[in-house]
Ligand binder design. Structure first.
Ligand SMILES: Cc1cc2nc3c(=O)[nH]c(=O)nc-3n(C[C@H](O)[C@H](O)[C@H](O)COP(=O)(O)OP(=O)(O)OC[C@H]3O[C@@H](n4cnc5c(N)ncnc54)[C@H](O)[C@@H]3O)c2cc1C
Length: 584
């Protein structure tokens, strides 16, 4: 069924030179692989921005002891440095699933015209095409062997608007504060421009080195999503190069189906976004954090701790003021890493007092790790700024390369993911009904049972139950699985190791450990599925081997996504692992 793409009309039929859907792409060594003159032609078309990519992994296989290999596999790594290397992705691989494989050539695009040239080249020459922004895909969808990469790292301009109206929407959408960024912008760039310098709030992700475009296409949850909704829900407009090489502006008034699909339909599936514009919200006065650890002295005490934590969470934490994680760890330990917005420190302490009272009622059952900084608050405007206080107490880190911009910051908790090797991963949206009086005890049993196998982190900011109506309405009008609208949290279970790569002596992935850990994650998840058998998974943070993945990632939205995919890219120029309409 042809799908009208909006006010500017349906897409033209793809050129005859396009590869047939599912057709094999040409590879180096094939007779049809473009010759040197063809690549030089592309290089000319993109103003010399074509890079012949050298694989540092191949070099380390040959010489594992070389100093460059020591740096590559050093842990902890600098996520900014990993992102600045055209040949690398933040995750080096996932045991048994994928291994980071540099492209043969990359266009380090400077502008939309470069992207158009690369898309046309790949389509006409039948070369495999891949696009990378922040490079944080857990599924490995921004790297592909034998391919041409469109690398957007250089497209990092950021512009603030006082009164933005999407193109063609005058009279339909009121002017509003907004921010436009290039396709290579990372969230640290937007937080610096919008919050630290601009005094506003943009809904992005928790990790500052994730790409803006990648996160928006994932759906996108940040620490304060329970107040402001998803990043996709804040998208006002995107400029996209589609498979036919056309540059299109997609918004609520122009190409609305494409616009909808870009909001949660998964990165790299519908075209290459060259810039996008997001709503800017008023900034709350304060942001803060609650960090503490509670250790139970027995299994029975831990089961009671799980129960009293869920009791407390259902009364106090499922609402716009709170976000981030309650981590139910193995070894009978609860780790609280929560954030809050719009509350003073005093209000936050008062909110947690009933929890502390419940612990103190059983002094022999629980040990509370004390830290004078366990509840802190700051003025919201300095939340993402690398202030002396935050650097001194280790709350934030900076890119430590000489001359790196001050805005290159990251949270210490994300550092271990730079260069990581994944062993296993699962996510599951948990509906707020699990916290009802009739289901909470059974849910606590399931959660406790899961922790006998693996740790479970409940990300309260990654489900919108308890969010304001406007945030829910905006998120409902996106492609993200509707289960997230009624979820109080997303459960995430993950395991991984440090930087490793198959075939590099001394740095091989630990496949036996990976097998044990992924099996433990499966057992833990199946305990949770006993109380939520149909739960969806978050496409960007999910199992590579997800069964029934279209239903799991997009639920009732999967059919519409397939229709948009076949309208905008009928011949499958853009393909990713488990992309809408793709093969399992
Ligand atoms: C350490 C870490 C922390 C994370 N934290 C969060 C979090 O707090 N909240 C959350 O919601 N998610 C989080 N994620 C998941 C993250 O949002 C997704 O993996 C996201 O897609 C990454 O975007 P990227 O640009 O960094 O990655 P990339 O790997 O570059 O891109 C991701 C996908 O988008 C495609 N893409 C990139 N640029 C473009 C473009 N210009 N046009 C079209 N397609 C493009 C790629 O081809 C790929 O398929 C986290 C991931 C990591 C590794």
């Amino acid at each position: 069924m042809p799908l009208a793409l909006g006010a500017q009309g349906a897409l033209a039929a793809p050129p005859a030179s396009s590869p047939a859907a599912g057709a094999r792409r040409v590879r180096p060594g094939d007779a049809a692989w473009p010759d040197e003159a063809a690549w030089q032609g592309l290089n000319g078309a993109v103003g010399g921005a074509l890079i012949k990519v050298a694989s540092p992994f191949a070099a380390c296989r040959a010489q594992p002891g070389a100093p460059a290999c020591h740096v590559l596999f050093a842990s902890p790594a600098n996520p900014w440095a990993v992102g600045d290397d055209v040949a690398l992705t933040q995750t080096f691989g996932w045991v048994g699933a994928w291994t980071s494989s540099p492209s043969v050539y990359a266009v380090a695009a400077r502008n939309a015209a470069d992207v158009v040239a690369a898309v046309n080249f790949a389509r006409e020459r039948r070369v495999r095409l891949v696009v990378k922004g922040g490079g944080h895909s857990y599924q490995g969808t921004s790297n592909a062997a034998d391919s041409l990469l469109v690398w957007t790292r250089r497209m990092q301009d950021v512009t603030l608007h006082d009164a933005f109206v999407p193109a063609g929407c005058a009279g339909r959408i009121a002017p509003q504060r907004a921010v436009t960024c290039g396709a290579g912008a990372l969230w640290a760039h937007l937080y610096d421009a919008v919050t630290t310098r601009g005094g506003g709030y943009v809904q992005g992700g928790g990790c500052t080195t994730v790409g803006v475009v990648g996160l928006v296409q994932s759906g996108g949850f940040g620490s304060f999503s329970k107040a402001f909704g998803t990043a996709a829900g804040s998208l006002l407009e995107a400029e996209v190069v589609t498979a036919d090489g056309q540059l299109r502006v997609a918004n609520a008034c122009s190409h609305p189906d494409l616009f909808w699909a870009l909001r949660g339909g998964g990165g790299g599936n519908f075209g290459i976004v060259t810039r996008l514009t997001l709503r800017v919200h008023p900034l709350p006065e304060t942001f803060g954090a609650v960090n503490l650890t509670v250790k139970a002295t027995s299994d029975a005490a831990y089961r009671r701790l799980v129960g009293l934590t869920l009791d407390f969470a259902s009364r106090a934490l499922v609402g716009p003021n709170w976000g981030e994680q309650l981590r139910f760890r193995r070894k009978n330990t609860l780790q609280v890493s929560m954030v809050f917005q719009g509350l003073s420190r005093r209000q936050a302490v008062a909110a947690w007092q009933p929890f502390f009272d419940a612990l103190e009622a059983e002094p022999n059952a629980y040990e509370l790790e004390f830290s004078p900084l366990r509840i802190v608050a700051t003025d919201a405007r300095s939340f993402w700024a690398p202030t002396l206080f935050k650097r001194t107490f280790g709350f934030i880190r900076r890119d430590d390369r000489p001359g790196a911009p001050e805005r290159n910051v990251f949270w210490p908790g994300d550092q271990a993911q730079a260069g990581q090797t994944l062993h296993g991963y699962e996510s599951l949206w948990l509906p707020a009904t699990l916290l009802g009086n009739d289901r909470r005890a059974a849910f606590a049993d399931a959660l406790f049972a899961a922790t006998r196998h693996w740790s479970v982190a409940l990300h309260l900011n990654k489900g919108l139950a308890g969010a304001p109506a406007a945030a829910i309405a905006a998120a409902r009008d996106t492609a993200t699985h509707p289960a997230m609208l009624e979820a109080f949290a997303l459960a995430i279970l993950g395991a991984g190791g440090g930087p490793a790569y198959p075939g590099v002596a001394g740095h091989e992935p630990d496949t036996a450990l990976a097998a044990r850990q992924s099996a433990a994650i499966e057992r833990a998840t199946s305990e949770l599925r006993k109380v939520e058998p149909e739960g969806g998974a978050y496409v960007a943070e999910s199992n590579y081997f997800q069964q029934d993945w279209e239903r799991a990632f997009w639920g009732a939205n999967a059919a519409r996504l397939r229709a948009v995919k076949s309208a905008v890219d009928p011949r499958g120029l853009f393909t990713t692992h488990h992309g809408p309409g793709g093969a399992a």
